[in-house]
Design a protein around this ligand. Structure first.
Ligand SMILES: [Mg+2]
Length: 130
């Protein structure tokens, strides 16, 4: 991750964008995430269907890159270690959603069928403000 952070830092400094406000980056992350979401508006393709759709995959790559770039810009400008915060959060998420509760229960014809346990866990954690 350090390699990418260095690249982003240089990119920002070369353009005098290293003084951008965090709020503007948060807005940009959200806007790019919305552009990614828009690619799925009025569709309900499965993972396999999307992977086969080469045109859509190219568009997804572009929007995903936009989101990733703005996320890295924010972490760089705030002096955060993106790799470290990613791993810390992954550790928490793995504990929050134990694999034993989900593994083998995904139903591709009814993707929301394991949502009950997901929402139960999410609600419990929100009550604890985690
Ligand atoms: Mg975009």
């Amino acid at each position: 991750m350090k390699k990418y952070e260095k690249h982003v830092k240089k990119y920002l400094e070369e353009r005098d964008w290293d003084k951008l406000r965090p709020a503007d980056l948060a807005k940009s992350i959200s806007i790019e995430a919305a552009e990614l979401l828009e690619l799925f508006q009025w569709t309900n393709q499965s993972l396999a269907e999307v992977k086969k759709d080469k045109v859509k995959l190219e568009m997804i790559k572009k929007e995903l890159a936009d989101v990733l770039i703005f996320c890295l810009e924010m972490s760089v400008l705030l002096g955060l270690d993106a790799g470290k915060i990613f791993m810390e959060k992954m550790k928490k998420v793995k504990l929050k959603y134990p694999a034993r509760l989900f593994k083998g229960k995904y139903n591709d014809t009814d993707p929301g069928s394991d949502n009950d346990i997901y929402w139960k866990i999410k609600k419990e954690h929100r009550m604890k403000r985690e």
